[in-house]
Design a protein around this ligand. Sequence first.
Ligand code: SF4
Length: 338
Amino acid sequence: MKSFDNPTAIAQKLTQWYEKNARQLPFRTTHDPYKIFLSELMLQQTQVATMIPYYERFIERFPTILDVARASEEEVLKYWEGLGYYSRARYVHATATTLKEQYDGIFPSNLKTIESLKGIGRYTARAIHSIAFNQPSVAVDGNVMRVVSRLTLFDEDAKRTKSMRRVEASLQPLMNQSEPRIFTQAMMELGALVCKKDPLCETCPLNEHCFAYKQNRQSEFPVIQKAKAKTQETYDVYVLDYAGSYYMVKRPEKGLLAGMWEFPMIQSKQMLETLKRETNQTFEHAKFLNTVNHVFTHKIWTMHVYHVPLYQPINGMVNPYNFQGAMSKAHKKIMELL
Ligand code: SF4
């Protein structure tokens, strides 16, 4: 990573450009931390143009965070309907409830406290801290990462937390000589409007200071390392069934899906023999049901599911209707076959 070419000039040009060219967006006309928080959550995974009508409708119904807290989660979800990723709506409601109960309905201005609220990660906390409270917290999202990567030929994997932190630190001196809320929004806006995937370098206010532009290497940045190929694991899964109750086992307390319940998953003859012994069954009536795939971040499970009817119950059987244990999504898919 090269040092910025003339950080003072970059900070000044960026601010001037933003003041002339920023889009007029409804959440830009306010410094209300609730509205900044809401807009940041709505913008995750969603385009600005799609999000705006939802944002406006939401603010009309819930003008303050206390209005959100007083409403039911169900109603908040209703106003989110169509935007997708509904956990975001649940976070807004949960945070509103926390603020009502613990902070007299006032959004905290302390960075650590903001980051402790539901649905608020490092980036969002810093965006709120700088935009709403005008504090010099650098917020690095994908847009900012792209701009900085090109300005400085930053060649580390842009997706890594370590890279985010390095870029964050590199921008601090620029932030310190700017108005924080303008700087944060200007970086994001430049990434959204000019330094796009196909950048508009001829019109970029920073082109004089951009190493990627000077070397015609814009397309090489940001660097995104290819995800490793997912490993493939194949299992035979046995559903031992006595009148709608099933034999389930608990996964180890550490590792993938720690502590979750599942149908026995078998990868070898030896494991099958052990299962037969443990359940005291021969499995001679086992019948193939279907194959279920489940994709994790780093692996794929292919599960060939067999149904084994039992003539009497055995220890370790549970009734799915009153079972309290947590079951993984992969095994819920199997449950849907039954
Ligand atoms: S000159 Fe081009 S690549 Fe460099 S910051 Fe501007 S738009 Fe991005």
